[in-house]
Design a protein around this ligand. Structure first.
Ligand SMILES: *Cc1c(COP(=O)(O)O)cnc(C)c1O
Length: 432
């Protein structure tokens, strides 16, 4: 491993940069999407949704065609498109029948919308800790956070790997809870032979521009539950004016929004879906090559993929053993960045966002936490999620693979960069 290149002076200390150019940006959109979008534009029908009970309540031909394609692809009874996955999460929480003040257990290691979707319905997010290897909700911490007020679990399949769904679904069954799966980042990943996102009571995917496939903005909800599906469709499209004519009896949370996705996006989504497995497979090959190349480096843990699932590598996560290395994460991060290697030294600890720290969301008086709908004083203090906090504070490094269109040569260059930085670890230590 100690070739001449590996003993080169680090860029951080004035040596040559290993990565001279930025990697090619990933673009999943091709001539197929262009043609599909053109057809819609020529038709003049860019959306065909009506917020009344009737045929057009379900949207136009491309919306419905894309939804049927998603159902076939993911093997679910119902797929429902929405104008963003943030909208999808809001619809999901409303659809499972949450009451104001109900508690929903959620991971802090996720995009902020997983938890704000809970607040949207004046329910209370309760943060449980994560598993240090997979970064997903730790079932033991979920159990420890269940109270008589808990009604659901919001799981995120973070970075591209499914959470421990069998364990979480068993906990939910035992306590009468619903499970929502935020699978925004794990589109196309498998859990025990099923697509991630399809194991929960309701799950789904983001189609925003930096995910595996996209329609600019957009999302897809998936569920096998007929009643949840109907409620999702209603929340998507002005529920309150539709329920009467549709004969809907259960009016709870039948406050509708306009969460409708357009015909152009759905026409492109149909084409994108055909490319999904190819995109995911190519990222898996690249990630495997990267893991192999980095495997000899001491104190660096490459992604842990559980044997019963596959990883879609939205992010390629790494963990440093700081004690073994004797160098701070910040120093190593600076060393990699100086070489031209873009890695992130943070992800999310959303319980520490100002909104939770100050308990201020709706208005300025602390609603819903200060209201009597809130059953107890829920803690968002530092220290409630020690695993997630330590990862964020000192040991996590992430490579946002999904952003790039990488070649094998790019991967080899990344491996060289890590080897170079690792070969000078003692020098980094002396500057720490
Ligand atoms: C991207 C993402 C979202 C939000 O999706 P949008 O389509 O951008 O609204 C939610 N959760 C996670 C984990 C995400 O990665």
């Amino acid at each position: 491993m100690s070739t001449l290149a590996n003993r080169e002076k680090l860029a951080l200390f004035g040596g040559p940069k290993t990565i001279q150019t930025t990697f090619k940006r990933y673009n999943s959109i091709g001539p197929e999407e262009l043609e599909a979008a053109n057809h819609v534009i020529e038709s003049g029908v860019l959306s065909q949704f009506l917020g009344v009970w009737g045929e057009d309540f379900f949207g136009g031909p491309k919306v419905q065609q894309f939804e049927r394609a998603c159902e076939a692809y993911f093997g679910v009874k119902h797929a429902i498109t929405v104008n963003s996955w943030t909208s999808g999460l809001v619809a999901a929480v409303g659809a499972i029948g949450i009451e104001p003040g109900d508690e929903i257990i959620v991971t802090p290691w996720t995009m902020s919308a997983s938890a704000t979707a809970i607040l949207h319905w004046n329910a209370i997010p309760v943060f449980a800790d994560i598993d240090p290897e997979t970064f997903n909700l730790d079932p033991k911490s979920v159990v420890a956070n269940i109270t008589p007020y808990t009604k659901a679990i919001m799981v995120a399949d973070i970075f591209g790997q499914s959470a421990d769904m069998d364990e979480l679904m068993a906990i939910a069954a035992k306590h009468g809870l619903k499970v929502i799966s935020d699978t925004a980042q794990a589109l196309g990943a498998l859990y025990k032979g099923k697509y991630a996102g399809t194991v929960a009571h309701v799950g789904g995917y983001s189609l925003n521009y930096h995910k595996h496939i996209h329609t600019g903005e957009g999302g897809v909800l998936v569920t096998n539950d007929d009643e949840i599906a109907e409620r999702l469709q209603l929340i998507r499209n002005h529920a309150e004016v539709v329920v009467g004519d549709k004969g809907v009896i259960n009016l709870s949370n039948m406050i509708g929004h306009n969460f409708r996705l357009g015909e152009i996006e759905c026409a492109m989504g149909i084409e994108q879906l055909k490319k999904l497995s190819g995109f995911v497979k190519s990222r898996q090959c690249l990630a495997n090559r990267l893991s192999e190349g980095l495997s000899g480096l001491r104190g660096l843990r490459t992604p842990v993929v559980k044997p019963d699932r596959t990883h879609a590598y939205y992010v390629y996560p790494m963990v440093l053993d700081i004690k073994e290395l004797g160098v701070s994460r910040e120093r190593i991060h600076a060393g990699l960045q100086a070489e031209g290697m873009t890695v992130s030294n943070r992800y999310q600890n959303i319980h520490l966002l100002p909104m939770y720290q100050k308990k201020m969301a709706y208005g300025s008086r602390g609603f819903p936490w200060t209201s009597d709908i809130c059953h107890r004083d829920v803690s968002y203090s530092k220290g409630i999620c020690p695993v997630a906090e330590e990862l964020n504070n000192s040991t996590y490094l992430g490579f946002g693979m999904c952003v790039y269109d990488l070649s094998d040569q790019d991967i080899d260059l990344i491996v060289n960069t890590f080897q170079k930085v690792w070969a000078s670890m003692d020098e980094l230590a002396s500057h720490d």
